[in-house]
Design a protein around this ligand. Structure first.
Ligand code: ZN
Length: 112
């Protein structure tokens, strides 16, 4: 069933353009952003800095696992100066991807 990606109105077979939006109809909707946000992310691992986190993110994305990075920068510069690590990055993945993500992370850790 063709559907308008803009207004989500479903059309009959054979129609190619949404009469309201003038947008080309698609067969399948791209995954909706709201769905993404609603899905539960669980913390996977904490890494000592964003560089590592980006590496892990890249590996996860290559495996088709959506993930997000949250970096906690210790807000007080005094605190950073006093105790070195500075910041840490936490990786979040969706709950259903957690097992697979952990395996990938595990493999990666051997190389870091
Ligand atoms: Zn439309």
């Amino acid at each position: 069933m063709p559907i308008c990606p803009s207004c989500l109105y479903e059309y009959q077979e054979g129609i190619e353009t949404c009469s309201d939006c003038g947008v080309k109809l698609v067969d399948h909707l791209p995954r909706k952003i709201e769905q993404e946000l609603n899905e539960e992310f669980v913390p996977l691992h904490t890494l000592p800095g964003q560089v590592y986190a980006e590496m892990v993110k890249e590996a996860l994305e290559q495996a088709g696992i959506p993930c997000m990075i949250k970096t906690d920068v210790l807000s007080s510069s005094l605190l950073v100066a006093a105790n070195a690590p500075g910041n840490e990055s936490r990786i979040f993945v969706k709950k259903r991807d957690q097992k697979q993500a952990q395996e990938i992370l595990h493999t990666m850790m051997d190389h870091i």
